[in-house]
Design a protein around this ligand. Structure first.
Ligand code: HSE
Length: 339
């Protein structure tokens, strides 16, 4: 399989490391012989090498703060030019997320699908804003549009619901979908101030470039919208659902909730009400006995309420280099692996 990587930041590099470290397992376990033939990055430069890029050399250069375009196959054009010229079977879209416009990632994904490439993305903007359009386009082209990493990074969530919960009717999905806000609420309960906790979440790499997207709930809203479309079959956009972040929650309110056996969590949920599908993002006082109450720091979690199994809760990372890179690898195996 020939891969094109758009974005060689945390996610792109995390995936590249996994492709190197898991090469034998991918070949033996799934018949996948993967070559990266293109890398396009706005800051680190671009490479196009139909014979396969030396990933370890590209990683070494990126880690040393150097341009990857020092390697053979330096490419001068932008990401769209790269998609047009690069003969790849699958594109990994891991450029920066713009939750409000979805660009430029949406244009990248459209162009690749139109060219007949499978696409996996970790980018929440295009997936939440243009879910139906991109899925319809992929279907009409006979290729896969996959987005496991948009919710809970590599923790199995969307694939799990689609494959292993396939025969269950899911009436509600409710979770902690944003690591930054969960980290802030956890530290505030321990006595740290809001600003210090946010700064620490930024240092740990959980927060978005503009952390408003986290603390005002927009990041969780994008994820809730993806869940509503993917698992509940509605044609919904983020603006269809109410959204409230954590900026109004005081240290006093957190302490008061704790004294009553509750804990504040920013909860994203999607549920059925009669024939309607509803969704929201808002802080909730969760009972300490609920599995979500014990999920602390940057960790994410989600509870599926099903007719056959009752509640099933998945707890795992929601961000990170290897963790998000892994989600793309999961999608690559899904699109091209032979089991
Ligand atoms: N800013 C996001 C979070 C990153 O804090 O969860 C992962 O989507």
């Amino acid at each position: 399989m020939k891969l094109l990587l758009l974005g060689f930041g945390t996610v792109g590099q995390g995936l590249a490391e996994l492709l190197i470290n898991k090469e034998t397992e991918l070949r033996k376990g799934y018949g996948l012989d993967i070559q990266v033939v293109g890398i396009s990055d706005m800051l680190k430069g671009s490479l196009h090498n139909p014979k396969g890029i030396d990933l370890r050399a590209a990683l070494d250069l990126a880690k040393a703060g150097k341009m990857i375009s020092e390697l053979p196959g330096a490419f001068d054009g932008d990401a769209l030019a790269m998609i047009e010229q690069c003969e790849a079977d699958m594109m990994v879209e891991a450029t920066y997320t713009d939750i409000k416009t979805g660009e430029p990632a949406t244009s990248h994904i459209r162009t690749a699908l139109e060219k007949g490439m499978h696409v996996t993305t970790t980018n929440k903007g295009p997936t939440a804003l243009y879910f139906q359009e991109l899925n319809d386009l992929a279907r009409s082209q006979g290729v896969e549009f996959l987005y496991e990493g948009t919710v809970m990074s590599g923790s199995p969530m969307l694939n799990l619901a689609r494959e292993t919960l396939a025969a269950c009717t899911i009436s509600e999905v409710k979770g902690i979908l944003n690591g930054t806000t969960n980290y802030i609420l956890t530290r505030m309960e321990e006595g740290m101030g809001y600003e210090d906790a946010l700064k620490r979440a930024q240092e740990l790499g959980y927060a978005e470039a503009v952390p408003d997207a986290d603390v005002l709930g927009w990041d969780a809203l994008a994820k809730v919208t993806i869940i509503a479309n993917a698992m509940f079959g509605v044609k919904a956009k983020p603006d269809d659902f109410p959204c409230q972040g954590i900026t109004e929650i005081t240290a006093e309110a957190i302490a008061d909730a704790k004294a009553r056996g509750k804990r504040y969590k920013l909860i994203g949920k999607v549920w059925r009400e009669g024939n309607l599908v509803k969704a929201s993002v808002a802080p909730e006082e969760v009972d300490l006995s609920h599995p979500l109450a014990g999920v602390m720091g940057g960790t994410n979690a989600i509870t599926f309420t099903t007719d056959i199994l009752g509640d099933v809760t998945i707890v795992g990372p929601g961000a990170g280099r290897a963790e998000t890179g892994y989600s793309a690898l999961m999608d690559i195996i899904h699109a091209g692996g032979k089991r």
